[in-house]
Write a protein that binds this ligand. Structure first.
Ligand code: NFS
Ligand code: SF4
Length: 670
């Protein structure tokens, strides 16, 4: 019998899954449902199933036998690229709608319609204003904020197709802007890009994969702008993350306190809940609890973790496990990556599942519609429900796995610059010098989700371990960051145990510079998924310093456990910005050799960035590390003898006997 596949790298999750297996009458877990779903549809997996019109579903035979066209005549590349584009549009819609909601909240504050918020970072407001070309002189804070938010909202409303998105221009090198202009992929309006993508891909519009894919890139660039708006405005409203020591994993739930788990993506409500919780401690005590314990899940969790040091309970795949502890009095969800199964798990316990956005209702939820104008009252009602629910807790249900990791997080770009300034007045020159000296060989941005096609978190941990061995600094966001904090990668102990000599020296110097006894962690948690814009801004600034473009920097990106459409949008703008991007789960495009070729090869000729589809994390780490070598060699930093190709393959790869192309067998299937 085949050995049972390991479900998670996190022992806390394994403990709860084992508890559930031994219990009668509990609902299924995501792992059960994954198994029940096997074998999954090969047509869907290859992206060759079309349901764009009701003549379908049509599916193309990937072996080249009939049918090679859908009923309307669409071939594999048309179907695959249309499906791909719709995923990019969905991801863009999600990120940018999130940005818009923050903008509306800021707007409500400026108009005096809410007392729940304030401008927490005037410095950031000024910095953002400067970045987008607004002068601060002679303007009071609210006036300046109004001009910034109006300009942000204009990126959703502009009708002049010749004016690029303001937030896009600020985050790309001049050379990159030119490349994008040459390819005609500079968006002027975020919403219009989503609309155009949906229009172009509707039945009987674009059938040519080339303009289709370029349109996908254009839409993804709008996604980048939407993310940058989200990050910038959130920092203005809620403060810029600073280094903070805190804890993570399911052991952060407390048996003697009211546990509120905040899940989703948008910090507008969770920030107010965090403000209000202090005011309600007496009410919590009145029902016998010793206090109110806030924890985060997924990216709302990452936002709270970065700005307030509120412990992160877990990441995407184990969101059900948070409820399985039986210790959560209320789970509050805003939107995105909220599994529809949460309702049935909440119903097994005393847990209140509280939805707060009319975009994201759940079966079995209590719905408290969040509104910036009534945010404080909304937050209090929510906490009140949790306190009520606590009375119904059953001691026998409770099992909080005793796993807690102490972590250092909060690496906003502003924080990173402050750290580097302890060594030099010119923080970016300092990085350049360190790269040249070889203390650090490059940077790996690790992002993206969990995906049950692989053991939870395992690929994230493997890749990070390999990067750190090779003097490559890791910058992490989203559920990749969630995996790495729980996996013990964000402490000075991790630096001692896992970092190469050069990296260790670099991090120890910086730690000392900050007046710490120990080294900084070797993985810098930079925030939620929209905060990938922080990483992009970092690298654009570094490239400008060096007088090169992102395509020249010794940097790579990896989403080893990608799951969401949002990850597809991010991967696409990264590639179009010049990043090599590894993806560990095949994104439903391998039914069209042409689309795969565009993603892996043509993209490199056009943008300098490209995708690597590789399910084996060790192999991915090898190629990504090689790409960093290659780029260093091209920059003239290292004159290595070994020939490494831009895609990370070495000469040996082409001569050794290799396994048959994995690309033809998506996710190891047949
Ligand atoms: Ni990103 Fe965050 Fe996690 Fe993936 Fe979902 S929570 S926005 S999409 S699963 S990283
Ligand atoms: Fe089939 Fe064409 Fe309709 Fe798609 S658009 S379902 S390929 S007929």
């Amino acid at each position: 019998m085949a050995e049972e596949k390991k479900k998670s790298a996190d022992p806390a999750v394994l403990q709860l899954l084992a508890k559930c297996e031994s219990c009668e009458g509990l609902p299924t877990t995501m792992w059960d449902r994954y198994d029940a779903m096997q074998p999954q549809c090969r047509f869907g997996e290859l992206g060759v199933c079309c349901t764009l019109c009701f003549q379908g579903p049509c599916r193309i035979n990937p072996t080249g036998k009939e049918p090679v066209r859908g009923i309307c005549g669409a071939t594999d590349y048309t179907i695959v690229s249309r499906n791909l584009l719709r995923r990019i549009a969905a991801g863009t819609a999600a990120h940018s709608d999130h940005g818009r909601h923050i903008a509306h909240t800021l707007h409500a504050l400026i108009e005096g319609e809410t007392d729940a918020y304030s401008i927490k970072s005037e410095d950031k407001l000024k910095a953002v204003a400067k970045k987008v070309g607004i002068t601060a002189e002679g303007k009071d804070t609210m006036q300046l904020a109004k001009e910034v938010v109006d300009l942000a909202l204009e990126d959703f409303a502009r009708q002049d197709e010749n004016v690029p998105l303001t937030w896009l221009k600020t985050i790309l090198t001049p050379e990159r802007m030119e490349i994008l202009e040459r390819c005609d992929v500079v968006p002027y309006n975020i919403d219009a890009m989503v609309t155009e993508t949906m229009h172009r891909t509707t039945m009987g519009v674009d059938a040519d994969p080339v303009p289709l894919i370029f349109n996908g890139v254009k839409c993804a660039m709008a996604d980048l702008a939407g993310e940058a708006i989200s990050t910038d405005l959130s920092d203005i409203l809620f403060g810029v993350p600073k280094m903070v020591v805190t804890q993570t994993n399911l052991g952060v739930l407390k048996e003697d306190q009211i546990n509120l788990a905040m899940h989703g993506h948008n910090p507008v409500l969770s920030e107010v809940i965090a403000d209000m919780a202090d005011e309600m401690v007496d009410e919590a005590k009145a029902v016998g609890a010793t206090g109110i314990n806030l924890v985060g899940v997924c990216c709302t969790g990452n936002e709270l973790l970065s700005r307030r040091g509120i412990p992160l309970a877990t990441n995407f795949a184990s969101q059900e496990a948070v409820l399985m502890t039986g210790a959560v009095d209320a789970m509050i969800v805003d939107y995105q990556c909220v599994m529809p199964s949460l309702g049935m798990w909440a119903q097994c316990y005393h847990t209140q599942l509280i939805s707060t956005s009319n975009l994201c209702r759940q079966a079995g939820d209590v719905h408290i519609e969040f509104n910036p104008k009534t945010a404080k009252e909304d937050a209090k009602r929510i906490i009140g429900l949790a306190i009520e629910a606590y009375k119904n807790r059953k001691e026998t249900d409770i099992e909080i796995p005793d796993y807690r990791e102490t972590i250092v997080v909060g690496f906003s770009l502003e924080q990173i610059e402050e750290i580097l300034r302890t060594q030099s007045d010119d923080p970016y020159q300092y990085i350049v010098d360190q790269l040249k000296e070889g203390k650090i060989k490059g940077f790996a941005a690790m992002a993206g989700c969990n995906n049950l096609k692989t053991c939870q978190d395992e690929s994230h941990l493997t890749l990070a371990r390999e990067f750190l061995k090779n003097d490559i600094m890791v910058l992490a966001t989203g559920c990749a960051a969630g995996a790495l904090v729980r996996g013990g990668f964000t402490s000075s102990k991790a630096t001692q145990e896992m970092a190469s000599e050069g990296l260790k020296e670099f991090l120890t110097t910086l730690g000392k510079g900050m007046g710490l006894e120990d080294a900084l962690p070797p993985v810098w948690h930079m925030g939620s998924c929209v905060d990938n814009s922080r990483i992009q801004f970092f690298m654009t600034t570094l490239a400008n310093k060096m007088g090169v473009d992102i395509k020249d920097l010794p940097i790579v990106a990896s989403a080893p456990e990608d799951m969401s459409e949002k990850a597809t949008a991010i991967g696409t703008w990264l590639v179009a910005s010049g990043w090599p991007v590894h993806v560990g789960i095949f994104p439903f495009i391998h039914g069209s050799p042409l689309v795969v070729q565009v993603a892996e090869l043509t993209a490199r000729d056009v943008y300098g960035g490209f995708f690597i589809f590789e399910t084996d994390p060790n192999e991915a780490a090898r190629r990504l590390s090689n790409i960093i070598k290659h780029r260093r060699w091209k920059l003239g930093i290292d004159a290595d003898e070994e020939i490494v190709y831009p895609t990370g393959e070495t000469a040996a790869d082409f001569f050794e006997e290799t396994e048959p192309q994995k690309a033809n067998t998506a996710n190891g299937g047949k």
